[in-house]
Design a protein around this ligand. Structure first.
Ligand code: UDP
Length: 322
């Protein structure tokens, strides 16, 4: 079966293509390569272009018997979304509406959506489960939340079912070393730390050590990208088997502080990681940890590679080579 993967040349999308291929599906990637890399498209076919390109989408659907869609294509810089909200509502929201139009026209009824814990906003309870109020605090999170609302309405009105997967902190790299995380600009904690280990960056700026956490730095729930990819394929199989639409968190249920991640990276790389404490980054909650109970029951999923050491080790194996 062919699965259309939007953003299949990106970090999470490419890991999902690999997993789809492994499990006997044929990924068909569409990616405009604004942030993705052509070299990441190693499994299945590739159409270079934008999901706002109605004609290209039409061509893809007519040339391929698409049985399901996984939708990753999006801008995902929280800070930028505050500065340039129009970019986010246009690219993430409007273009998804265009994509959904084609999906419905071509009567594809299974849709996996790449969502985020940013749809919850500031946590009122930890761990965060799927019923936690959705109150995004930036345009990136809002754009994803608005899409979830649209998916819900489409699911009620049309022959259309979806799974919206709300990721916590995606991290790590393919254990085989074929693909990994490579953003420009890089803003994510682990690749930045590994840049310091490589000598490519002088030090890491730790955004605040005065949070209400054990060591004062922010705590996040890091989940291995290959575990995320597994969850996507499980969600796809459940949907194809007739499961109803759902929203599912993907995280480990455990949190690590920025300083703990630095310490783990020092142990894995054998390098000293220089860092300096700077001010808080606006919009960063002290702690974000998922409840993954629903992922375990609804998807039969469990994280296998998401212990911090494996995350950092696989990321390092990849990162030292780029
Ligand atoms: N962080 C940091 N310095 C950096 C980048 C990130 O201290 O240069 C912290 C950030 O405040 C957050 C955690 O690392 O608590 C993870 O941030 P990242 O940007 O990787 O993911 P996010 O949590 O924003 O999705």
């Amino acid at each position: 079966m062919k699965v259309l993967v939007t953003g299949g040349a990106g970090y999470i999308g490419s890991h999902c293509c690999k997993q789809l291929h492994r499990q006997g599906y044929q990924p068909v990637t569409i990616d405009n390569l604004v942030y993705g890399h052509a070299k990441n498209v190693k499994w299945g076919s590739f159409y270079r272009g934008d999901i706002q390109d109605d004609q290209l989408l039409e061509r893809i659907f007519s040339e391929n018997d698409i049985g399901a869609v996984m939708h990753f294509a999006a801008f995902a810089y929280v800070g930028e979304s505050v500065e340039e909200p129009q970019k986010y509502y246009t690219n993430n929201l409007r273009n998804t509406i265009t994509l959904l139009e084609k999906v419905l026209q071509h009567t594809v009824s299974c849709f996996i959506f790449s969502s985020t814990c940013a749809t919850y906003g500031l946590p009122q309870t930890i761990p965060i489960d799927e019923d936690h109020p959705r109150a995004p605090i930036n345009p990136y999170g809002s754009s994803k939340y608005m899409i979830e609302r649209i998916l819900t309405d489409y699911g009620k009105a049309y022959d259309f079912r979806f799974t919206s997967l709300r990721y916590f902190n995606a991290a790590g790299a393919d254990p085989d070393g074929e693909i990994g995380e490579d953003h420009t600009p890089e803003t994510h904690l682990i690749p930045l730390i590994l840049d310091v280990a490589k000598g490519r960056r002088e030090n890491l700026k730790v955004f605040g050590n005065d949070y209400d956490t054990d060591d004062g730095s922010c705590v996040r729930d890091y989940v291995h990208v290959t575990d995320l990819a597994d969850a996507h394929v499980s969600a796809l199989e459940k949907l194809l088997g007739g499961a109803p639409s759902d929203f599912v968190n993907l995280g480990t249920g455990r949190g690590f502080s920025v300083l703990q991640v630095i310490e783990q990276a020092a142990a894995v790389t054998g390098k000293k990681i220089a860092y300096e404490i700077v001010g808080r980054r606006p919009g960063d909650p002290a702690v974000l940890i998922a409840s993954n109970a629903k992922a375990r029951t609804a998807l039969g999923w469990k994280p296998n590679l998401s212990d911090l050491k494996t995350i950092v080790q696989t990321a390092w194996n990849w990162h030292r080579g780029i």
